[in-house]
Design a binder for this molecule. Structure first.
Ligand SMILES: Nc1ncnc2c1ncn2[C@@H]1O[C@H](COP(=O)(O)OP(=O)(O)OP(=O)(O)O)[C@@H](O)[C@H]1O
Ligand SMILES: [Mg+2]
Length: 386
């Protein structure tokens, strides 16, 4: 699937005062994907990241980029191939947004107008309105500044992006937006990203591979997020993953296999015969839809009289899940929140695709676990996890 772009081979970093920040770390960082380094404060994440672009030199071991020892490359070349994004973005406060982003193209010898054109293109890429170009960093929100930081790191179109807790200084809502944006960008650009965080949820959401480090700079586990959740290597990793591990793992299973029932779905203009035909003993409730097919709410069959169905009298059907594209976690959540215990599935247009009971979701979960001890990361299921 991916090639290895960066190979960290038994690398140790001992700072002059004797602190061992990283201890015989070996990692194979795959090409064109996001590898997350996660772990408690002081476990050596930043040190590891900085060894990759030689801002810090290892005390022992080697780091290979595309098969070649990074020490054999001129350091400026190496850094040019690696965009670097840090917390608070680290922008030049006295330069406008457009000139912050244009810095690297300028350094690479582009003319001012070329560099600015490139900067404006990148602003659009990362979701920044063109009207912000002439502002200074202090005139932007934290989230916007972070986007500028990402745009600036992308300016030289480097194959590698190193990101050190880039989103940890913003509030949870903005942070979610930035994470979604990064995943979208990554789909478009296919960079090799090494992303540092101490937030395990961020790691699980963003990582193709996640390296959990423990204090002392030792690797505790290196695995895709779904595997971390299902098979934590030891009590430290399990503890670090926190509560609801089982539920969170369901985010990696698609709802595509759920058997949706369409019999208990009636349109609001259904005739008495249609209502009667759809009232089977297995389903205590009927889902009523509008004439456009969109779900309106639940009713018990004996409460439905043809021609007199009042939407405001129906039991709410809550937020439905997208059939096939959402995860089993999303489907389960809908069922748990539904007053009837049944989840409503909709198609891409929001029309009812069918209904499914908690019990049948539970069976699908058991089936998914049995089929797949290492669940694959379905793109759709991944989206649903966010
Ligand atoms: N220049 C330095 N000299 C001595 N010790 C250092 C130096 N830089 C970092 N350290 C130590 O190395 C260890 C790892 O630091 P590092 O910054 O890599 O951790 P981190 O995982 O990024 O932590 P955080 O989550 O707090 O950012 C820590 O104990 C830190 O105090
Ligand atoms: Mg750090």
């Amino acid at each position: 699937m991916f090639g290895v772009l960066i190979r960290i081979d038994s690398v140790t970093k001992r700072y002059p005062d004797g602190t061992v920040a990283v201890d015989r770390l070996s990692l194979e960082i795959p090409d064109r994907s996001i590898t997350v380094l996660v772990g408690p404060s002081g476990c050596g994440k930043t040190t590891t990241l900085r060894m990759i672009n030689r801002m810090v030199e290892p005390s022992a071991g080697t780091i290979l980029l595309d098969g070649a020892d990074i020490r054999q490359r001129p350091v400026n070349d190496l850094r040019r191939s690696m965009g670097y994004v840090i917390q608070h973005a680290g922008l030049f406060q006295h330069r406008t947004i457009v000139d912050n982003i244009a810095t690297v193209p300028r350094l690479l010898g582009r003319s001012k107008s070329e560099a600015r054109a490139r900067a404006r293109e990148l602003m659009e890429r990362v979701g920044l309105d063109a009207s912000l170009a002439r502002r200074y960093p202090y005139q932007l929100s934290g989230g916007q500044q972070q986007r500028v930081g990402v745009a600036r790191a992308l300016a030289a179109d480097p194959p590698v992006l190193l990101m050190d807790e880039p989103f940890s200084a913003v509030d949870p809502v903005v942070r979610k937006g930035l994470q979604d944006e990064l995943l979208r960008l990554q789909d478009e650009l296919g960079k090799t990203i090494v992303f540092v965080t101490h937030d395990i949820d961020e790691a699980v959401k963003l990582g193709t591979m996640v390296a959990v480090l423990r204090t002392g700079g030792r690797l505790a586990q290196f695995a895709p997020p779904a595997e971390l959740l299902s098979n934590p290597a030891d009590p430290f990793v399990e503890d670090f993953l926190g509560a609801d591990r089982g539920i969170r793992r369901l985010s990696f299973f698609s709802s595509a296999g759920l058997e949706l029932l369409t019999t208990p779905v009636v349109a609001i203009d259904a005739t008495a015969e249609q209502i009667a035909a759809r009232s089977t003993s297995g389903t205590p409730y009927l889902l009523v839809t509008g004439v456009d097919g969109k779900p309106l709410g639940w009713a018990e069959p004996h409460d439905l009289t043809a021609g007199q169905v009042r939407p405001e009298r129906l039991l709410p059907c809550g937020r439905p899940f997208a059939a096939g594209t959402d995860s089993l976690r999303a489907a389960l959540d809908c069922a748990v929140l539904s007053p009837t215990g049944w989840a409503v599935a909709v198609d891409g247009e929001g029309r009812a695709a069918g209904v499914v009971s908690q019990q049948s979701i539970a069976e699908a979960i058991r089936g998914a676990h049995a089929r797949d001890t290492k669940p694959v990361r379905a793109e759709a299921a991944q989206r649903a996890a966010r």
